[in-house]
Design a protein around this ligand. Structure first.
Ligand code: HEC
Length: 268
């Protein structure tokens, strides 16, 4: 191969790589630059994989209505001593973050983080469902869920002994239509009744993020879910924060159907 051609190839490879890097760079720009709890410095152009930062962005955007020009924080619990600020014309999470930090009088990033974490446990969080799922709603009961999506007809995978639930689990996925929802039903030890139904559904704001929901043994939307601990006990934990700790993709910075232990991209 002559030199000129080799040079040409090199140039082509170089520009492809550059474009690729630039493309990645571009996509990282949609990641908002937010103070990172626990890590002292971060280069805003090349955000590190950082679960705290990604969780914070996820939690902030959970309370932003993508359909409204004038954004507004949901009211906090009436029991809480916080008062919540109104945010006008804020389209980016970083602005929202600062306004929220001011309104909540949090003095540090980690304090803001824990306020959000607690806010996710409140009714206020479940009430913002419609903002991110206005076309494909998240109903209050499993019966309505079945009525809406007929999920019992989707592709089914049986997990004989789920490590996270300590018992059998049925996983339904609609691979062929939008939205790509996953529904997991945990069976009772005898396999005769459904102990819990969990759902992972994409947000409709094109952020690539998914939301997590759980329905209890009577089929009602619940803010807790039952997990099997390493000590062999069933423990109750809050939705969605607990779900986020496993269903995370560190390379994309998104919370997704595939759990952390399965490395790689979200293929489902
Ligand atoms: C301790 C880690 C862990 C936590 C916490 C967790 N999951 Fe999972 N999740 C898994 C694993 C592992 C699987 C794979 C199936 C299995 O082994 O049970 C899974 C699978 C799923 C699936 C099926 C996804 C698919 O299409 O394959 C759904 C739906 C789901 N989880 C929902 C939830 C929800 C909702 C929460 C929070 C209430 C949650 N998960 C919390 C580990 C976790």
């Amino acid at each position: 191969m002559d030199r000129k051609r080799l040079f040409g190839l090199g140039l082509a490879l170089f520009s492809t790589l550059t474009l690729k890097v630039m493309g990645q760079h571009k996509s990282t720009e949609t990641h908002f630059v937010i103070p990172i709890p626990k890590i002292k410095s971060a280069n805003p152009n090349r955000p590190l994989a950082n679960m705290n930062r990604d969780s914070l962005i996820y939690m902030i955007t959970a309370f932003i209505n993508p359909l409204e020009g004038n954004l507004k924080w949901v009211e906090g619990d009436s029991h809480s001593s916080q008062d919540w600020g109104l945010i006008s014309d804020s389209t980016v999470a970083s602005q929202s973050y600062s306004s929220f930090q001011k309104a909540s009088r949090a003095t540090s990033a980690s304090q803001t983080f824990s306020i959000f974490k607690n806010l996710l446990k409140t009714k206020a969080y479940t009430e913002v469902r419609a903002w991110h799922h206005s076309r494909y709603p998240v109903p209050d009961t499993v019966a309505e869920l079945e009525q809406l999506y007929s999920f019992s007809k989707w592709d089914l995978e049986l997990i004989k002994n789920s490590s996270v639930k300590g018992t059998q689990r049925l996983i339904y996925r609609n691979r062929n239509s939008f939205p790509k929802i996953s529904i997991a039903q945990t069976l009772s030890e005898k396999g005769s009744t459904i102990r819990e139904t969990e759902m992972i559904i994409p947000r409709e704001d094109l952020s690539g993020q998914f939301d997590f929901y759980a329905y209890n043994e009577v089929g009602q939307l619940s803010n807790t879910s039952i997990f099997y601990s390493s000590k062999g006990k069933n423990i109750s934990a809050f939705v969605p924060y607990t779900c986020m700790s496993c269903h995370y993709n560190s390379s994309d910075g998104v919370f997704q159907p595939l759990p952390l232990s399965y490395t790689g991209h979200n293929s489902k």
